[in-house]
Design a binder for this molecule. Sequence first.
Ligand code: GLN
Length: 498
Amino acid sequence: MTTPLHDLTLAELSQKLASGQTTSAALTQHALNRIEAHASLGAFLHVDAEGALAEAAAADERRETGQTLGPLDGIPLAHKDIFVTVDHPTTAASKMLKGYMSPFDATVIDKLNRAGTVSLGKLNCDEFAMGGANENSAYQVARNPWDTTRIPGGSSGGSAVAVAARLVPGATGTDTGGSIRQPAALTGITGIKPTYGRCSRYGMIAFASSLDQAGPMARTAEDCALLLQAMSGFDERDATSAQQPVPDFVAALRALRPGANAAQPLAGLRVGVPKEFFGEGVSADVATATREALAQLQKLGATLVDISLPRTELSIPVYYIIAPAEASSNLSRFDGVKFGHRAAKYGDLTDMYRKTRAEGFGPEVKRRIMIGAYVLSHGYYDAYYLQAQKLRRMIADDFQAAFKVCDVIAGPVSPTVARPIGSQTDPVADYLADIFTLPASLAGLPGLSLPAGFGEHGLPVGLQLIGNYWQEADLLNTAHAFQQATDWHQRTPTALKA
Ligand code: GLN
């Protein structure tokens, strides 16, 4: 029996396209059919069948005339609705931007378009990427394909659902404090948040500018490598984009360190295991699956090293001061004047601002704006914002101390498996669940999440790998070796078996 197209990885589809065994039109139509059949998962905010089929036809035409653009040419993808796009509306899952059409494409999207990918549409997420459950979307609930009564994680929840449910072979996401890694972990897929500055933030609707990073979400490390290759690189339109050479991520997947071999591909790799990542905060099932994944790395030749990241717990208050502070400033542009929603009825200008923002923003976004405005206000700035900035530096220093004795750091992504939709009414409880993803975000380090097994209720558990600055290749290489030896990433979500 031949494998159905949606069960093939992006890399396998790329080969099928290259060998003429399929066409972009066939892949795109297949994806469109699946998107429609699984619409109840709530992954998409906007589907553009006509546009996608036209792009697919163009890709097939390039192939027929020998002008193929590269390994991604003709591959259908979908994008988190936080990236602005010319061809599709961009809402950031907020009523504030309902129906908004951007005059330009985000750099990351532009790069993927230029690589020949087909865009199926825009993916659900938390409003302005604020959240970890996708429950803050102003439009619809996103459901975890492993149990449709549960959250897929967030904020890149729609991206995770679309990939996990095999509607698309790959998707874009963004990660400010864990929004690629956490939903990847909760839905059993692979996602990487690159080093801050690796991918351009131009055209990514800003949440917390000193933390926001774009990254790929797909089924395997190999697929993430293919996507990250196209997404990375310096962009003069983003002042924080780095002039850092982009390595060959795909070649790096199979690169062997001195002393390593096919049986022990990770020989020579020192994996730091932070004791703070296995404390009382992590649930027993997640800790067990994570430890088994660490044992697997050991089997592949890696050496485990005990390390400490002493300020792990502080990353929560630090992040939840800095991120809202930056958000309160970034979101001040949504005032009903230049773009987006404007209240229908108002008195003077101040009243117009007030009503527009009261109507346009959801409760979590308002909460963050208020926290942000408070911590930045005169008299509180030194006590909160300045203090948080100092601690942020110390958190980054802790990582540098750790990287003296290890090459990558490994641990859990989320302290628990996916919780039921609607089961959490205290926002702070969700903030606490970000404990293992926030440290790397605050330090600006790359972090990857890969499927590492299953926990309670047969729900996926992710393994997090954190690397030093610009060492995405190490993370992808380690994850690839793990995926060559395990089949967690190939398991099919329960909702799709029926
Ligand atoms: N869950 C975190 C938050 O709510 C992270 C979000 C993100 O990375 N965009 O802010």
